[in-house]
Design a protein around this ligand. Structure first.
Ligand code: MN
Ligand code: MN
Length: 463
């Protein structure tokens, strides 16, 4: 870690590659990146990510419930709350980081299976903001759960093991695409054409020689039954998610970038988890980390940030640790970070950014004072008092950071969980690394930004 310097009159952003130059820093960065690539490769759904985090925390001595000073609580396998008790009373507030563990993808419909033109297929309904053409003609995997009528949960994972077959969505050949190419992108790629190829070989005829009605669909069902014991009706009570197949990778001749699916927002989930795990055992303030589901579809549902799960956790925590303190007092004194990614300046699409207020890959995690769209609609606008405090904190810790907006005014916009934390009256701001190709099947981040983000979250949690 470098020493904080006397502030310059002019602001100059710092490139992490010029800051973290010591052998120790570079080795720590590489180690962290290797663990991150492994995490990204293993965790492609909210459930897989929650399981991973829960397992790591339990192994590190955290326990279910609030009897101990280190707590883990999972909600329906899709959202998780972590807490580590601090030296100061809860009435002085907590240090909270919130990230999300859901990612854009193709979900199987409840009636998915059919066959057509000698191919077995599955219908999908996309989840979150995808650009549909990015999901065509590439290897895909099926991750999910199906709950049988007797309550048994079956985990499904097809397409990740090197010996597994993969799945795919077909695309139109250029020879016959003239009509499609004259359409606008939104019209050219239809959601109802995002069907997953699941099979081709027909099921064998029955003993009496009678052929099954849809032999290819029949074979697909037989295979699902052989491998997972599933019947067609089980798909009604299932969450089957189609995601890009294969592991995350280093990118670039120098391997200095990371490419993989779901970095929005697993880069923050990972960096905050690492910061939480490696933090001092006796921090000043109680530390809390929250990993929510459903951010990509508006934070709805029992496991999203609009739900009351966080409040329930805090009520129980308060009852166990400090029963005389009022919840509102804790919330009003809390400092929070909405740990979510930022859209970094893309060398090929610089025109959608306003350069003075955009973020650059490798320059550290990005503060986004407000999100929203068209006149800051729907934004949490962080208080300058809080931004000032955070600047002081990170400058003292020597961690590079940036201040940016998502893109040019009126070009688009987006939202995060920040506003759902702001309703409690706590200080909150969006803060996370920039990524390129955001929401695509292969998002790109800087190894340096993962490292700097982890150090920044750690400095925040330990403040
Ligand atoms: Mn996000
Ligand atoms: Mn997103």
């Amino acid at each position: 870690m470098t020493k904080a310097k006397k502030p310059e009159l002019n602001y100059e952003p710092k490139n992490c590659w010029d800051v973290y130059t010591s052998k120790k820093d570079l080795a720590a960065m590489d180690d962290l990146a290797a663990r991150y690539i492994d995490f990204l490769s293993q965790c492609k759904t909210e459930r897989e990510t929650v399981d991973f985090i829960q397992e790591k925390l339990l192994a590190a001595g955290f326990a279910e419930g609030y009897a101990k000073d280190r707590a883990v609580r999972v909600m329906r396998g899709k959202t998780v709350f972590l807490a580590r008790r601090g030296k100061r009373p809860l009435s002085e507030g907590v240090r909270l980081v919130g990230a999300h563990v859901d990612t854009p993808r193709l979900d199987l419909k409840q009636h998915p299976l059919y066959e057509d033109c000698a191919v077995g297929l599955a219908k999908t309904h996309y989840y979150g903001g995808i650009r549909k053409h990015q999901w065509l003609a590439r290897p895909l995997a099926l991750h999910g759960v199906a709950v049988k009528a007797d309550g048994t949960t079956v985990r499904v994972n097809i397409g990740e093991a090197p010996t597994d077959p993969v799945l795919t969505v077909l695309d139109l050949l250029p020879h016959l695409a003239q009509g499609q190419m004259e359409k606008t992108v939104t019209k050219a790629f239809e959601a109802e054409k995002l069907n997953i190829v699941l099979g081709h070989a027909p099921a064998k005829s029955k003993k009496d020689g009678e052929k099954p009605k849809d032999p290819i669909k029949q074979r697909v069902l037989e295979l699902l039954h052989e491998k997972y014991g599933l019947i067609e009706e089980d798909l009604f009570s299932a969450e089957m998610q189609v995601v890009p197949a294969g592991p995350a990778r280093s990118v670039g001749l120098d391997g200095s970038l990371i490419g993989g699916y779901g970095q929005d927002d697993r880069i923050c989930s990972f960096a905050t988890m690492e910061a939480f795990l490696t933090s001092t055992e006796q921090p000043e303030h109680t530390q809390i980390a929250l990993y929510w589901d459903k951010e990509e579809i508006g934070s709805e549902g029992a496991t999203g940030a609009k739900s009351l799960f966080f409040e329930y956790c805090m009520e129980d925590l308060l009852r166990e640790w400090e029963p005389k303190t009022r919840l509102s007092e804790v919330f009003l004194n809390t400092k929070a970070v909405s740990a979510d990614v930022h859209g970094a300046l893309d060398p090929d699409y610089q025109d959608v950014h306003e350069k003075l207020n955009s973020s650059v890959l490798g320059y550290g995690p990005v503060f986004c004072k407000f999100t929203g769209h068209r006149g800051k609609v729907g934004a949490n606008d962080a208080h300058p008092e809080y931004v000032g405090w955070l600047r002081g904190l990170l400058n003292a810790a020597g961690v590079p950071w940036q201040m940016a907006e998502l893109g040019k005014v009126d070009v688009g916009g987006g939202g995060t969980v920040a506003k759902f934390l702001a309703v409690y009256g706590m200080d909150v701001i969006d803060f996370g690394p920039g990524v390129l190709s955001m929401h695509s099947p292969f998002e790109v981040s800087s190894k340096m930004d993962v490292y700097a983000a982890m150090l920044a979250y750690k400095a925040f949690l330990e403040s």
